[in-house]
Design a binder for this molecule. Sequence first.
Ligand SMILES: [Cu+2]
Length: 361
Amino acid sequence: MQSIAGAIKSKSFGNLVKRNFYNVLDADLSDVGYDAFITNGKTHWQVDGSPGDRLRLRVVNTSTSSYFYLNYAGGPLEVIAADGLDITPTKLDKLLISTAESYDFLVTVPQSGQYEFRATSFDGTGFTSTWIGDLNSTQYPAPDIPQPDIYQLSVDMTNAMIAMKKGSKNMPKGHKKTNTMPAMSNMMKNEFTGGPAETRPGAPYGKLRSPDKTTLAKNRPWREVKLDLTGDMDRYLWTFNGKTLAEDALIAIKKGENVRFVMTNKTMMRHPLHLHLHGHFFRVVTEQGEYSTLKHTVDVAPMQTTIIEFAANEEKDWFFHCHNLYHMLSGMERIVHYEDTEVAPEVMAQRYKAYEDPWYT
Ligand SMILES: [Cu+2]
């Protein structure tokens, strides 16, 4: 929660009044305050190696609910893979990694000294380091990531949320529908909204280019699934289209279809959406067009619409959920279910087990 004194001091008290008038909740950077952040079990982890060696660092965000900015003391990050799949190598000064995502980087062991590869918590509460190079020599720290300006963030996100509320009044309230989609090029132009309502850089998907075309076969029918990401901190209930798994368990798809999820984040925080077991890598539709990158987890920023597409070429049931595990357990999860088969009984049993509602005194 923001302090009133802090809002006055940062000249954003007007925003606080506005938020209350329009019933917009505060912006959230994280759910939980942690005491420390760790890499392979340590706050400071070390990699030895001979000077000049090229190392592949595979960074997997295995946290429960944290996002991190990654950066390196030895220059820009050389990104070579996303979620385990090769991309066209690219250089980025820093990169936001959401929960459950992974990226591979190439780094060179320095001739002298040790360089810091740093992961800074998105909420600015701490970081964890990997030191690369001669362990007993001078340490060269990675550049500090500026602290988030929570008052400016709140102003930006409040305005974006009010604009969204006003704009969505006349929009149809569709849940799921099947239809034939217009040409891909039109979809790309019209539907990728990019820019989250935050002043700090988000996920780098627009810069990630697949080495091969990732477009789906043209002769298959399309199914579009509209998923609004909904929920808030007050009730601590996180949902798709306002419903938990217990209220609406299945997203039905059919083998042989091309499936498109259109996901609009109507909450005041980010959500890392994950299609489980990696049976389906999906393409994240970006300005890279036909070469949009493949992923198994995608960060959807507040007030942003993100489109993913995959070929339905498996069978049975696949778990799709927010990979912030607290959000998942409160209801932001679905079973992506292939039609024409029974839902496995153990899957349905699990569904109710998660929602037992015992009495408390
Ligand atoms: Cu979430």
